[in-house]
Ligand binder design. Structure first.
Ligand code: PHE
Length: 338
């Protein structure tokens, strides 16, 4: 083929190119190793020697000319495709957005976070123990001896002779004291299990254990901390009251009441007319428990408390049936916006 024919054909083919695919076919036809321009180069061997120089120059000119036109076309095709993409991907930012339901925390999780936040402000760390415990941690070393009624089959879910679903978060006290020497200031949140079920009890519920061990810890520290806690939790001018109680692992032991935040202490349905609401149990860590963990009870003393998290949640949000917290009823849960 003569140079002129190739040039004409090149121009005709080039003007027909519309997109990247055609452009690459075009490139293959003219610029690849088997392409027309390469062929022109190869044609030099059939040219008489004295014309070789002129032929070579002419082919080179064609090559430069063709490359220039090809580059122009390439830029044009790329621009065109870019514009088409812009066009296709245009987003109308003025359109109203689809409604996306935002998730919120389960009320129990919010309360757990809130409790941790309040005590973290007083310098508490958080530790989590296992839900499957052994007799030793759940009972014996907490001074709950073999004949104690809470070990009864009716309360405890036993898994084997020795293993059980923990009945409270207090075994966390033992685990922390085994792992760490005083001063200790720790919260142990978690699920606990007891064979119990009615409007205010569920076989699985959650507690928040608190433990402080240091020199000179007294009941005043317990009351001071819990005062701070209930004021932050229930807002406003609430007070605490300690009533004597009994737990094998604390001595003395107390039940802690908070003045009714609904009626201000005058008596209402929430506080059953008494003006007080029971919120947790606690006390001074029994010396036997400290000694069971190798802590010198002549030097150190401790305080401990256990908060029922469902109870706090129900009180705070006015929920009257504990089951509501576990049914996963979406309409119920939607009401709790974080
Ligand atoms: N473990 C006790 C319970 O489950 C609560 C408690 C914790 C009492 C710490 C005293 C000290 O009832």
């Amino acid at each position: 083929m003569s140079m002129e024919t190739i040039k004409n054909e090149f121009l005709a083919d080039l003007s027909a190119v519309e997109d990247a695919k055609q452009l690459s076919a075009f490139w293959a036809k003219y610029f690849s190793k088997e392409g027309q321009i390469q062929k022109l180069m190869g044609g030099i061997k059939n040219v008489p020697n004295e014309e070789k120089k002129a032929y070579g120059q002419a082919v080179n000119e064609v090559k430069v000319w063709a490359q220039g036109l090809y580059d122009e076309k390439k830029t044009e095709v790329e621009k065109k495709e870019m514009m088409a993409r812009y066009e296709e991907e245009t987003v109308d930012v003025t359109l109203p957005a689809d409604h996306v339901a935002s998730a919120n925390l389960h009320p129990l999780t919010s309360i757990r976070n809130e409790i941790i936040g309040i005590f973290a402000g007083m310098g508490f760390d958080v530790f989590e123990g296992p839900e499957i415990e052994d007799d030793d941690h759940n009972f014996t070393r907490l001074n709950v001896l073999k004949d104690h009624p809470s070990r009864d089959m009716q309360d405890t879910f036993w898994l084997t002779e020795d293993l059980l679903l923990r009945t409270h978060t207090s075994p966390g006290q033992i685990r922390v004291m085994d792992a760490k020497k005083p001063p200790i200031k720790v919260l142990v949140p978690g699920k606990v299990f007891r064979s119990d079920s009615d409007a205010t009890h569920s076989p699985m519920f959650s507690q928040m254990e608190g433990l402080v061990v240091d020199e000179h810890i007294t009941l005043c520290d317990l009351q001071g901390m819990l005062d701070q806690f209930v004021k932050a939790m229930f807002k406003g001018d609430v007070k605490t009251r300690l009533r004597p109680s009994y737990f094998p692992f604390t001595e003395p032991s107390v039940e802690v009441d908070v003045s009714c935040f609904k009626c201000g202490g005058c008596g209402c349905s929430l506080c059953k007319g008494t003006g007080w609401i029971e919120v947790l149990g606690g006390g001074i860590v029994n010396n036997k428990v400290l000694e069971n963990c190798g802590i010198d009870s002549t030097k150190y003393s401790g305080l401990a408390f256990g908060i029922g998290m469902e109870r706090i949640t129900m009180l705070k949000y006015g929920i009257n049936h504990m089951g509501k917290l576990f049914e996963n009823d979406i309409e119920f849960l939607k009401q709790f916006k974080a």
